[in-house]
Design a protein around this ligand. Sequence first.
Ligand code: PMP
Length: 391
Amino acid sequence: MITSRKSYVSKMVSELKPSGIRKFFDLAAGMEGVISLGVGEPDFVTPWHVREEAIRSLEQGFTAYTPNAGLLELRQEIAQYMYNEFDVTYDPEHEVIVTVGASSAIDIAMRTILDPGDEVIVVEPCFVSYVPTVELAGGTAVTVQALQENDFKILPEQLEAVTTERTKAIMICSPNNPTGTMLSKADLEGIATYAIKHDLLVISDEIYAELAYDENYTSFAAINNMRERTILINGFSKGFAMTGWRLGFVCAPQEISEAMLKVFQYQLMCASTMAQYAAIEALRNGRPEVDMMVKSYRRRRNFIVESFNEMGLSCHNPGGAFYAFPSIKSTGLSSQEFAEQLLQQEKVAVVPGDVFGESGEGHIRCSYASSLENLQEAVTRIKRFVESLEK
Ligand code: PMP
């Protein structure tokens, strides 16, 4: 007799938690009059001349697959961009892969480097996909907690305390989602010293590099001797306001890049062709719009950070990206309770900090990629909510 299975879903996937960001986004979508500071994406539309290039590529009938690693013309632009902006040299033919968003770059990086049981150190609070992608690749994610009192930067002794024989890589992100923290050159040098000492790879998620408010942004691969140990992840979603195009890239030394390309060719084959044509234009001529967007985000950051501090929710000043991560510990609520009650009572959607890791508890993530009028109204409502808790 055939006995039926309990479920066809693998044990690993059934144990995977859905993203906590989506949950709040979906909840808010079902309500009227909600101001959403929830989802992390630019509120700008992709510049018109960039969209036009995609249209032109369609008109010309460029509708076939591109090479697995992406159009060579785009890889050349990416290599040039990496050199011009971050002072790192990559060979466009062998060391650059155009991916389906930074998301697929993170995924192929993990699948490429991990054997079962290998450990990756993940600095939390962090983007929600890091831990699951390590686990789905058969590795073990070992989390370390960056704290607000340290500006959400990890201390070298914290890294030393969790490093084992199985540690293969460390995952970092600067500017960070959700904290906005930007690591200085000195911070990166500290991580470099640690990586050399333990012979580790560093996976550096630099998707928010364009949205660094400090002129002195440093790419991890630009740190002395680090290029050879770095898998550098970047993309077009944030800086160029192109989330829906699903286009990212990954740069790494040839041996690792070629290995990642093997995974990518079976996983996704190549990124969208029209998006790649648009990205060439974005890199060639998109600088004025990027600068304008950064200027606008900086103004909004100043407003929202000041507002949180004024209402007694201590908020550190983010050096980049478009997130404020104020502490809500003074209210006595958990981050889930705060976010749920704020949504019910005042119709403002934020993301509870605990979805980004243990040290995210006691915080909420507010994306300020929303109009200044929306932000002003959201601040009024959050203030009213916080005051109602004090009564
Ligand atoms: N890394 C970080 C830190 C992010 O915040 C995001 C998007 N929220 C991604 C990667 C994924 O970006 P993409 O749209 O390029 O897949």
